[in-house]
Each structure stands twice: as C-alpha cells, then as structure tokens.
Write a protein that binds this ligand. Structure first.
Ligand SMILES: Nc1ncnc2c1ncn2[C@@H]1O[C@H](COP(=O)(O)OS(=O)(=O)O)[C@@H](OP(=O)(O)O)[C@H]1O
Length: 565
C-alpha cells in the first residue's frame, strides 16, 4: 500500500518539477538565442560610457567585441561625432573628384589619416591604469575639427608649418598618448634627385603638414620598433586637425632600392583601419647628374672629412683639400669599374657580338621566388624572358649585382683592380651601399618595377627633377593626390633644398645664390643644372648609351617622359 502511494506522490512531485524545469530550459534557450543574435549585431558592440576625469566630463562610444578579448580599443569621443566630422564622402573630393588618402567615413575608427588615442582594453577595465592613455581633451576642444570643412585660413605657409612643428615637438608625450596620424604620401627616392625639395614644396601646401623630420626610414631601418614610434614623427591628431590638415607624409630615399621595403609598406599600412595605403612618389633626375651628385655627397665630402680628422693611418690630418685629392678615386675610376660590373650583372656582349643574359636575373629569381607577391612575375620575366610583353627581367640591383667584401683591402669585387693598383687611395666603409652603386642608383626603373608589383599603378607618381621647380608640376601632383588646387610659386621661389655638400635637408639655397655659385648661369640653367660632369667624353658617351634603354623602360612604366633620354 505504501508503495503505490509513495509512487503516486513521487510521480506527482516529479511532474510538478517538470513544468518549471521545461520553462527554465526554454528561458535559457531564448536568452542564449538573443545573446547569440546580439553578438552578431554591430550595435551590440557600442557602449556609451560617461566618465569624469580631473573635473572634465567625457562621453565615449566604446567599440569592442563580446568576448572582451580585443586588446586594443578605439575610444571615439562622442563630441567628435557631434561637430559633424562624419559627413558625406564627397566633402573631401577635390575639383578632379579625387579624395586624399584615408578620408572616407564609413568607419568611425579614424579621423582622416589620424587614429584617435588607443586604449588597451585591459587598461580600460583596470581603473588604476586608466589615466595613462585616455584622452583628456574636453568636449569643446573638438571644435578645432571645424576648419576641415571650411576654407583653410590664409595664414602664411611658414607660420602654419612652424606652429604645427611646435605642437608636436614632444614626441615622447605623443608616444605615451597613443594615436597618431599616418602618412598620406611617401617620397621613396631617388636619393640625390631633389627629394628634399619635393618634400618641402609639398608641405608648403597649406593643407599638408610636415613630419617631424624629412626622412624617417621606418620601413628600412626601424621595423623592430612599434608603429606608434613611426606615427610619433607626424603631427598629433589634434594639431593635424586643428590646422585643417588633409595630409602629412615623409621622404626617405632609402625606401626605393629595396623590394622588401615595398612589401613591408603595403603589409603594415594595410593592417590599419581603412586599409588605405599611402601614395608613392618618386622623383628622378638625369642619371649622369644624379651619379655626379652622389659621387660628391656620398664619397668626396665624407672621405675628405674623414681624412681631415686624421682617421686614416698614414695620412696626416689638416692638409688642404688639394693635398688630399691624391688619396681620392676619381669619378672616372668608379664609373669604369661599376659599369663593367653592371654589364656582367645585367647583360654582356661577347667577342662575337652576341648578347648574354647577366647573372643578376637568376640570382634575383633565386632570392625572391619564395615570396608570393613576386613569384608570378619572376617566373614569367626571369625564367621565360623571351616573352617581352611581361616586361624585362626583374633585377634586385642592390641585392644581386655588387657582391660583398672580398678582403680587408678590396671592399667590393668591382674595385679589385682599382684598390690593388692604388693602395694609397681611400674608400671609407661608411657609405658603401651608395658608393658601390653610383650608376646603379640612377637606373630608376629596376627598383621601381618592384613597387609596381605591390602597389596599384594609380597610386604611384613619378616626377622629373628638372620640372620640380615649375609651380605647375607641384600643382598637378597635389591635385592628383586629392588636395585642393594651390599655386606653389611662392613655395618654389624659396629655392632648392639640400644643394651641393651637406647643407642639410631643410636648408633652402635661393635661386639667385645658386645662379651666382654656378658661374652666373641663367636662372633657368641654375634650376636645371648643366654643370660639366668630370669624365672623359668617350666614357660619357658609353654611359649615355648604357642608360638609354633603362630610361626608356622607366618612361614606359610610369607613363611620364623626362627631358633626359
Ligand atoms: N628644384 C630642384 N631642381 C633641381 N635640382 C634640385 C632641386 N632641388 C634640389 N635639387 C638638387 O637635388 C640634390 C639633392 O637631392 P636630395 O635632396 O634628394 O638628396 S638626399 O638623397 O636626400 O641627400 C642636390 O643636387 P647637387 O647640388 O647636385 O648635389 C640639389 O641641388
């Protein structure tokens, strides 16, 4: 008896538990589905946060995903949205319908090229560290964003540049704050072609702000440092926007020669919000003039400096330059030996006048064919070069043509004879990569081919040095970068930068001074140097012949022809 009773009560008890547990399961299921749907919704990742800090009230929209595993957080001050920064894309188109890089507003993660201060989420949650990187500007401070939409006030170029320099003088402070502005253009070279002038002319545009230094060389020499280190060379977001800036950039001539740099610029900049890339600008000068400029700048002046200080064993210090001359190799010496080396590397002709492919194409293939960006082109152009439509073989001049130290007295294979026969003459270690390639670095097409494999054709701009001082050249370039039209006459009238010896990248020499220095040549001739290059006429002719096809390929590649052949 007891059993049926007990059994019935057990059944009753069980059935009375069943309903709530089904209900509970249903509720859990519904909650799970809702949270799952919410997780996929972008709105769910926006929290508005009110914070008080040091007497200021802040309102932020905090973007994060639901797993809270995002370790970098963009905090966008609400006030920024209120002043109307996020308008239509078209607001930033110039008269050619071109927008400057990064000015797209489909995301609130970036203020044009500038990234708001970054706050690691861990710090956000850990209030003890909270104050270290949060933006401490008050709401009304964001009024400074307004000039972006208005005609920039007509302050003089210099006061704008000087003021913005002052604003971001403290790079250390900027590093701590996070954020920063990305370069919208990179002048990648070529060295000794007027990169300093091009940079100074471009930042003379009132909507372009200069970097802390003309050449930063981040992608060549400093990749082990964080990107924040690089951005700290550019205006702070505040100073950038306050000055109505649309673009900033830098000029590092050491970028052009290296395929790895082209790859790294793309890879690293693509990871940033917007995935836009900086525009690539290259300036090219008559190859022989560049070569002569490099000979003086990278060999003669540093070697004289070295000798004057008595650094070379057996050569007394403080002699006159004329007395030191016998210790220097001539331009003719260098050109002859490098030309022979380059012919072996690129193409050479045997006694029967038959043309042979040099060692450079195969060496370059072996070195680079494991890189996805370059493999296809290398297969077509270096392995099967009979098909001209794919372009000439890719050659990594710097990496393949020059070899390395032969002995303590012979620094490069190309100088074996020169150095052995002239033991009293000096080549210093310091600029070997430049001294070895006086002609090579004038063959602009070789390195530029690699940049064309990595960047869109429309993102690469080529300017001829000889046209730099024409304000119309600069206006065209600025328009093609998406900037408003601007008359550069006043800027170019300042003169040429980094002329002759080591006067500095930021030092302008007036055109009149240049005219006087260059023996009273006409102003036009002073702008387009016509100095005699000290080599024998026969070698000059041979060089001209040698560089002509490479110049021709450069003009084909860039769609732009310079006055040199
Ligand atoms: N506007 C203009 N027109 C023609 N030539 C010009 C111009 N501006 C600079 N220059 C000449 O360019 C040479 C300096 O180039 P860079 O600034 O690129 O040199 S560097 O690689 O950054 O050291 C340097 O050449 P050299 O004087 O022959 O050495 C400058 O005189």
């Amino acid at each position: 008896m007891i059993f049926p009773f007990n059994k019935r009560t057990e059944v009753c008890r069980k059935s009375s538990l069943l309903v709530p547990s089904i209900l509970l399961t249903l509720v859990i299921l519904v909650l799970f589905i809702v949270s799952w749907v919410m997780e996929d919704s972008p709105m769910s990742s926006l929290n508005t946060i009110d914070e008080s800090h040091e007497g200021n009230k802040f309102e932020y929209e905090q973007h994060h995903d639901h797993n809270s595993v995002v370790d970098v957080q963009y905090i966008v001050p609400k006030a920024l949205l209120d002043v109307g920064v996020y308008k239509e894309d078209e607001d930033f188109e110039n008269e050619r319908g071109i927008k400057p890089t990064y000015w797209r507003f489909n995301s609130s993660l970036s203020w044009g090229p500038c990234l708001p201060p970054l706050t690691p989420i861990k710090q956000w949650e850990d209030r003890r560290n909270y104050t270290t990187s949060v933006n401490t500007e008050s709401t009304e401070d964001f009024e400074y964003l307004r000039p972006i939409f208005q005609q920039h006030p007509s302050t003089s170029i210099h006061s704008t540049v000087d003021q913005s320099r002052k604003d971001y003088k403290s790079r250390q402070q900027q590093l701590q704050r996070g954020g920063g502005c990305r370069p919208g253009f990179l002048i990648i070279g070529a060295g000794k072609c007027g990169t300093s002038s091009l940079y100074h002319y471009l930042v003379g545009h009132p909507r372009v702000l200069p970097a802390f230094e003309k050449q930063i060389h981040y992608f060549k020499y400093h990749l082990t440092k964080p990107l924040g280190w690089y951005y700290s060379f550019f205006p702070t977001p505040r100073s950038f926007l306050e000055h109505g800036g649309l673009m900033t950039g830098e000029a590092s001539p050491g970028y052009l020669p290296y395929p790895q740099v082209a790859k790294d610029v793309r890879r690293i900049m693509k990871q940033q919000p917007h995935h836009d890339l900086p525009k690539i600008i290259m300036v090219g000068r008559s190859p022989l003039e560049r070569m002569y400029s490099s000979y003086r700048y990278n060999y003669v002046y540093p070697t004289l400096e070295y000798l004057r200080k008595g650094r070379h064993r057996g050569i007394p210090k403080d002699l006159s330059d004329e007395e030191y001359e016998k210790y220097l190799f001539s331009l003719e010496d260098f050109v002859r030996s490098e030309l022979a080396q380059l012919k072996l590397c690129l193409n050479w002709v045997d006694r029967n006048n038959e043309l042979h492919k040099g060692f450079g194409a195969q060496m370059t293939f072996d070195q680079w064919n494991n890189q996805a960006e370059f493999r296809d082109a290398l297969m077509k152009r270096n392995q099967n070069s009979s098909d001209a439509k794919d372009g000439p073989p890719l050659i990594d001049l710097d990496g393949s043509c020059y070899g390395s130290k032969v002995s303590s007295t012979v620094l490069r294979p190309q100088w074996a004879e020169l150095q052995t026969q002239n033991p009293e003459k000096v080549i210093v270690d310091q600029n070997l990569h430049l001294t070895q390639a006086m002609i090579g670095r004038s063959l602009y097409t070789f390195p530029l081919e690699w940049w064309y494999l990595v960047f869109d054709q429309t993102d690469i701009f080529f300017v001829c040095t000889e046209e730099l001082s024409n304000p119309e050249t600069m206006r065209e370039l600025a328009l093609n970068l998406g900037l408003p039209s601007y008359n550069f006459s006043q800027v170019v009238d300042e003169g040429a930068y980094n002329v002759g010896g080591h006067r500095g990248y930021d030092k302008a020499t007036s055109w009149e001074e240049l005219q006087a220095e260059r023996g009273g040549a006409t102003l036009d001739a002073a702008k387009n140097q016509t100095n005699g290059i000290p080599i024998t006429p026969s070698l000059y002719e041979e060089l001209q012949e040698f560089v002509r096809p490479y110049n021709e390929r450069l003009f084909q590649l860039t769609g732009k022809r310079c006055q040199w052949q």
